[in-house]
Design a binder for this molecule. Structure first.
Ligand code: N01
Length: 548
């Protein structure tokens, strides 16, 4: 047996991550005949859906769309049970996919990758795991997920708490029973808003510690009945074609109607219809909703009225009104019974704006106004998004430069999938790509296909490597920023800009331009012999073409 500490195993490509992006990369690269070695920090496949097992966890992209499109057979054989799939159903699906394509065999599970170093002369990467084993490969694909490093807030005394502390993004595999317990939830983003109604049904008392109220739209979830599902499965081709031609990677087109094209009554009726339809497509009620602040204010006012009508205690309702950001500036939330939960006798909303947390003590949480004795604390406090996971890995490219240093003032990437100075290293759903602003299954497939085609091209053309050009990368970064500047997306305190992590450079990270525009750009570059990239010669690792 090879000892990887002294004699690294060499393969064509290494894939880091067994979420949906890593699984597809593994399948695709193996199908091309490459030798591969794949790693996953968790003990099983699933990525986000392996870790985020908190009660109420679901995807807010409809199940039919949040699934792989690469195989018509796979697409037809899996029968989703609900409009929005639960975490457990998505995990089952990903386990099914891994089994169907025999992907487990390529993975080393419970293996955290801690470094990836480039040897410039050979253009090979050496990747090391936490336990000191190493592997060498020409290509490294980081499919580590944009929301995979939990944000544990630096609240004084957190370590002193004697009860359970649970982060939504690192939920235990065994069932967590809240029956008869007093539970605190800190955080009211998508995770908190999903977990709160579920925990409230189990706990003796639930205290919700809210710093920023959030916009949330009812999911209007439903169970698929057999016939309706058959019909939907029968029109999958159309559904996928619409998704690929859309901005968000879903088959629901934006309305062409603008807010001021209609009178007050018509506007209200269109908002009402969107509210009744449910889900994140509420943001598409009017064409100018995410662009024009005056238009957005109408949507804000509509949701405020809804919250005031659902929550019975007017004082509590007022505290739940998001007033510091436009709707859609932060990721819109989708819920099942969130605002209704505040009508329960066993739920208390603690407004941290009025009474901030001072300390956490052995038995509870002390704010400036009161002490809340609790048995469990649930941190629904989000993630060090988009860059957090990669910045925690010692990734060294040309001249030993560290990726996290290159990204000190915010991530710089070309298309969100490559970085100048880091040849043959690819990121799936990285900063600068549509990723978190679109259906991440389709964006992952698009990235992986692009990477796989690039590798095939290098191989058939006799090149050993591909590297993003600095000028193309800079131009892309400017384009990402300029596109975001024309919208209200990101104009709020959120993980989109890293504002949720103390000390992180405030840069809007995802690409707002849309999956449709982005795909076209990627395809054009590939068709022009990888314009914006330098193709590298095997012997010298020097560029032999510079297509920028
Ligand atoms: O995290 P978040 P999330 N004291 O960052 C609060 C995806 N996702 O896990 O806003 C008190 O949105 C923080 O308060 P504030 C989705 O893309 C998808 O909920 O900073 N509070 C905020 O309320 C989503 O956007 C799905 O003032 C503190 C909350 O914690 C992304 O993941 C489901 C605090 C964090 O909200 C992240 O969502 C779940 C402190 N010290 C997640 N620190 C679906 O598909 C932070 N907070 C449905």
């Amino acid at each position: 047996m090879t000892d990887e500490r002294t004699n690294p195993t060499t393969v064509d490509a290494i894939v880091v991550g067994a979420g949906l992006a890593g699984l597809y990369a593994t399948h695709r690269l193996h199908s091309m005949g490459l030798s591969i070695q794949c790693f996953e920090a968790g003990s099983g496949v699933g990525g986000t859906w392996f870790w985020n097992r908190y009660p109420g966890a679901r995807c807010d992209v409809e199940s039919l769309d949040y699934s792989f499109s690469f195989s018509p057979e796979l697409q037809k054989e899996w029968r989703w049970t609900e409009r929005y799939a639960t975490q457990s159903e998505i995990l089952l699906y990903l386990e099914h996919v891994a089994g169907r394509y025999a992907l487990h065999q390529h993975y080393s599970f419970s293996t955290r990758i801690v470094s990836a170093h480039l040897d410039e002369s050979s253009l090979l990467w050496t990747v090391a795991s936490e336990d000191g084993r190493t592997w060498t490969a020409r290509f490294v694909i980081f499919a580590t997920g944009p929301l995979s490093t939990s944000n544990i807030p630096a609240i004084e005394g957190l370590g002193e708490f004697s009860g359970r502390i649970l982060h939504t993004g690192q939920w235990p595999r065994e069932e967590v029973d809240f029956a008869g317990l007093r539970v605190a939830v800190i955080g009211t983003g998508s995770s908190g808003i999903q977990a709160i109604p579920q925990i409230a049904q189990k706990a003796r008392h639930l205290f919700v510690f809210q710093r920023t109220p959030n916009f949330s739209i009812p999911a209007r979830n439903f169970a698929w009945d057999g016939e309706a599902l058959d019909e939907a499965l029968g029109s999958y081709d159309t559904r996928r074609a619409l998704s690929l031609a859309s901005k968000a990677g879903t088959p629901h087109p934006s309305s062409p109607t603008r807010t001021f094209d209609v009178n007050d009554e018509e506007r209200e009726a269109l908002f009402e219809a969107a509210w009744e339809r449910g889900g994140a497509t509420f943001s598409k009620t009017f064409a100018d909703q995410l662009v024009d602040p005056a238009a957005n204010q109408y949507a804000v006012d509509f949701v405020h009225r809804k919250i005031l009508s659902i929550v019975e205690d007017p004082e509590v309702a007022k505290k739940l009104l998001p007033i510091d950001h436009a709707i859609g500036a932060k990721r819109i939330c989708v819920d099942i019974g969130y605002f209704e939960t505040y009508n329960r006798d066993n739920v208390t909303l603690v407004d941290l704006n009025a009474t901030p947390i001072e300390t956490i003590e052995k038995t509870g949480i002390r704010t400036t106004a009161a002490f809340y004795e609790v048995d469990d604390i649930v941190l629904a406090t989000g993630f060090d998004a988009l860059t957090g996971t990669l910045n925690r890995i010692d990734i060294r490219g040309r001249r030993g430069q560290l990726l996290r240093d290159v990204w000190a003032d915010g991530p710089r990437t070309f298309l969100g999938l490559a970085v100048a100075g880091f040849p043959n290293l690819f990121i799936v759903n990285g900063p600068g790509s549509p990723s978190v602003l679109a259906n991440m299954v389709l964006t992952a497939e698009q990235h992986v296909d692009w990477i796989a085609n690039a590798i095939a091209y290098l191989s058939s053309s006799g090149f050993a490597g591909i590297e993003a050009n600095v000028d193309a990368q800079d131009a892309w970064g400017d384009h990402v920023s300029a596109t975001a500047a024309g919208t209200i997306i990101g104009k709020g305190h959120s993980w989109y800009t890293g504002a949720n992590i103390p000390g992180k450079s405030p840069v809007f990270m995802p690409y707002v331009g849309g999956l449709d525009v982005y795909r076209t750009r990627c395809d054009e570059l590939a068709a022009s012999d990888y314009g914006g990239f330098t193709l590298l010669d095997a012997a010298t690792s020097q560029g032999v073409t510079d297509s920028s």
